[in-house]
Ligand binder design. Structure first.
Ligand code: FAD
Ligand code: UDP
Length: 386
């Protein structure tokens, strides 16, 4: 076998590790990817109208980690873009995360003044307060506001996205979109916010261009690798493989579901094209209470692409089902205590297998954003392979 390391999956987790191992350790790396392209869920492409779209849902890059931004800047120039989102609530499109401008748009002036003063007094200007925390305090006016935000912005959106109530999933999930005691309408406050100037797929092509890296597309690892977790052996293409295996796919699949199946949420995507310059007033509009989809994203508002017509994407959440081809992409791990405990069993089993490293959203059952997974992969390289 001519490869030192085999990597399953060509998303950010796999691509960063392949790039580091090839360029820093002069290793020969094989990536096995079951899709017909690299990039994982960050993959983008031009649709038949020439609009650059994100095939697996809108991907907005944001980070406060300078090292991550500098690392990726080796492989791309950037188009500066700060994401803004509106939510359709009570017949109006108002800023999300809920902030003081949202408050002013939805309530009469006297109530706004009183609520604003109380919020600033209690939490301080600039504070970010998770909705589940805001609901816990006892001032009747603030409690009224918290219940309003919970009911109008979170409860139905979360029911669509996760199939449960906000308090039934890890509080970290809804805390991603905290109530912001400020007039800053941006979705993220990170110091670096941008999209790869020529798209994510070009960024991945550049990352994987090293001559030591080979990529085998359209290949499920199960068709070419035999991994015996109990014997701790790996065979590749019918011959024993003595190198390292970095695995970024589903952890329960790798271990033959021996402790049970980990649940995921999937999505169905509906792309639509319009012969208009623009379709909506913001890149993303959330629909917490209306329709079966959660949000509509208009790509050219984010990419800044100059192109005739515009393409939008509606996201319809659904349960993941590996046996149904319309539902068999596991986009999101579901963050409950029970699922975390199940994942823990797989993780413990993996630690005894020294040639195996689990990295990534699926392999670690974590809600990694792109910058998180780049940071994580760089850390794994530094800790284990540098
Ligand atoms: P993935 O990108 O999922 O890559 C895993 C790869 O492994 C895939 O290509 C898969 O095909 C391959 N694979 C799986 N099983 C096998 C197998 N059996 N054989 C071979 N190959 C296999 N992050 C942000 O920072 N900003 C955003 O705006 C944002 N928006 C998102 C929107 C959506 C709808 C989703 C789902 C995610 C979003 N993310 C966003 C998160 C981002 O997609 C992840 O951080 C990133 O994709 C994680 O990279 P990864 O390599 O861990 O996983
Ligand atoms: N959320 C919500 N209403 C909104 C926006 C977000 O209820 O208008 C909740 C919902 O549970 C969602 C979570 O906050 O899954 C995190 O939102 P984010 O936009 O970060 O989700 P992602 O882009 O990762 O799908």
């Amino acid at each position: 076998m001519i490869y030192d390391t085999i990597i399953v999956g060509a998303g950010f987790a796999g691509a960063v590790l392949a790039e580091r191992l090839a360029s820093q350790n002069n290793q020969r790396v094989l990536i096995i990817e079951k899709r017909r392209h690299t990039g994982g869920n960050c993959y983008d492409c031009y649709d038949e109208h020439g609009v650059l779209i994100h095939r697996y849902g809108p991907h907005l890059f944001h980070t406060s980690n300078r090292d991550v931004f500098q690392y990726l800047s080796q492989f791309t120039d950037w188009h500066h873009y700060e994401h803004s989102v509106l939510a359709y609530i009570d017949g109006q499109k108002v800023p999300v995360p809920f902030n003081l401008n949202t408050l002013a748009a939805l309530f009469p002036t006297r109530l706004v003044q009183s609520l604003e003063a109380k919020l600033i007094d209690r939490y301080g200007y600039g504070a970010k307060v998770p909705i589940l925390t805001l609901r816990e305090q006892d001032d009747p006016e603030l409690k009224f506001l918290a219940d309003f935000i919970y009911d109008k912005m979170f409860v139905n959106y979360t029911a669509k996205q996760w199939g449960c109530k906000p308090e039934e999933i890890s509080p970290e999930v809804t805390a991603r979109v905290p109530v912001h005691i400020s007039r800053d309408n941006r979705y993220f406050q990170d110091s670096y916010q941008a999209l790869p100037k020529q798209g994510y797929s070009r960024l991945f092509d550049n990352m994987l261009a090293h001559p030591n890296i080979s990529v085998l597309l359209n290949t499920d690892y199960k068709d070419v690798l035999a991994i015996d977790v109990d014997q701790q052996t790996i065979s590749a293409f019918g011959t024993p493989f003595k190198g390292q295996l970095i695995y970024t796919g589903l952890v329960d699949e790798l271990f033959g579901y021996r402790f049970g199946e980990l649940p995921y949420r999937s999505l169905q995507f509906q792309f639509e094209h319009f012969n208009e310059d623009f379709f909506q007033d913001a890149t993303t509009v959330n629909y917490p209470n209306n329709h079966d989809f959660t949000r509509i994203t208009e790509f050219k508002r984010a990419s800044g692409q100059k192109v005739q017509g515009t393409t939008t994407l509606k996201e319809f959440p659904q349960n993941y089902d590996p046996r149904d081809s319309a539902k068999n992409i596991p986009y999101y791990p579901i963050f409950t205590d029970q699922n975390a405990a199940l994942f823990q069993q797989y993780q413990e089993l993996s630690t005894s297998f020294s040639a195996l490293t689990l990295v990534g959203r699926l392999a670690e059952y974590r809600y990694y954003d792109m910058d998180d997974i780049v940071e994580r992969a760089l850390q794994v390289f530094a800790d284990k392979f540098a």
